[in-house]
Design a binder for this molecule. Structure first.
Ligand SMILES: O=C(O)CCC(=O)C(=O)O
Ligand SMILES: [Fe+2]
Length: 288
């Protein structure tokens, strides 16, 4: 059942040159419909399950390609690289930003009913544009402007350290900073900004830049049904490819306008010694 309190996404602009492209310019969000063909989608689903035949569980399954995340350096592991499959290489020339291309890919299978908690992907280690390619079925993604609760949570000790439920990979890199759970802790008493849902159709590409990348949390509620165009629809298995560009050397860092949820600022706080034990920043990453 969709949460009736969640308002619909604000209205996008439809790109005058391409009706497949919707843009929320004020927050840097773009959704490109029919980014891949049905044939490409079928190839991707088959490739995923060739590597991992499981579909029956309840947990997200992940496969990692390209440069893996190195938890000791918080950077890209040059030694840990999984070749990028041809079904990914094939669409890279079609990505809307060609000045830099992603080199880290996480393919995920979400069994029906599963989701991913609201989070902000790590700022400092990846270039601005984050992509999410959806396939298999549609799912609503929930966006919310981050606030003091999120900042506080990102400074709390982690409940789990780099624990992965991933299926078949040695790396456990989700490269995201989880900032909120569905269960509210006693501390999350401050008012949150309203959240809104954006339906990500199968074969669509979401691009997050600017505020939607740095200042908003995104997540997918774990639930059995969604309300799509006013109809209750049983959720089906969904796949996605999250794509990021790893920053290296001097490029690592962030000067965004959202210091509360910025890992670079949290690290600076720690280096200045301003962090109390209560607000110990979480500088490791784990799966959400
Ligand atoms: O599945 C998706 O579309 C998004 C996944 C995500 O947010 C992430 O891996 O950081
Ligand atoms: Fe994410």
């Amino acid at each position: 059942m969709a949460d009736p309190l969640i308002p619909k996404a604000p209205s996008p602009i439809v790109d005058p040159t391409n009706p497949n492209i919707q843009r929320w310019d004020d927050i840097g969000l773009t959704l490109i419909h029919n980014f891949i063909s049905e044939a490409e989608e079928a190839t991707m689903i088959a490739a995923f399950h060739d590597a991992d035949p499981r579909t029956g569980g309840r947990k997200r399954l992940s496969q990692h390609f390209g440069y893996h995340f190195d938890y000791t350096t918080f950077g890209a592991s040059e030694s840990h690289h999984t070749p990028v499959p041809s079904y990914i290489e094939a669409f890279l020339p079609r990505l809307p930003i060609q000045s830099y291309l992603p080199d880290q890919f996480t393919v995920q299978y979400y069994p029906p009913g599963s989701g991913i908690p609201p989070h902000v992907d790590t700022h400092s280690m990846f270039a601005e544009a984050l992509y999410s390619l959806s396939f298999g079925s549609a799912v609503p993604m929930v966006f919310r402007m981050s606030g003091p609760n999120d900042a506080r949570k990102m400074r709390q000790p982690k409940r789990s350290l780099m624990v992965s439920s991933d299926a078949n990979t040695s790396a456990t890199t989700s490269a995201v900073e989880p900032v909120a759970d569905s269960k509210r802790s006693e501390e999350t008493t401050q008012q949150e900004e309203p959240s809104w849902e954006l339906l990500l159709p199968a074969r669509s590409l979401l691009v997050m830049e600017g505020p939607s990348r740095y200042g908003y949390t995104h997540g997918i509620k774990g639930r059995k049904t969604d309300i799509i165009n006013g109809e209750t629809v049983l959720r089906e298995g969904r796949y996605s490819i999250t794509m990021r560009t790893v920053r290296r050397g001097d490029e690592i860092g962030c000067t965004c306008a959202y210091p509360g949820v910025c890992d670079a600022r949290i690290r600076e706080e720690l280096e200045r010694g301003s962090a109390t034990s209560q607000y110990q920043p979480q500088l490791h990453q784990n799966n959400v």
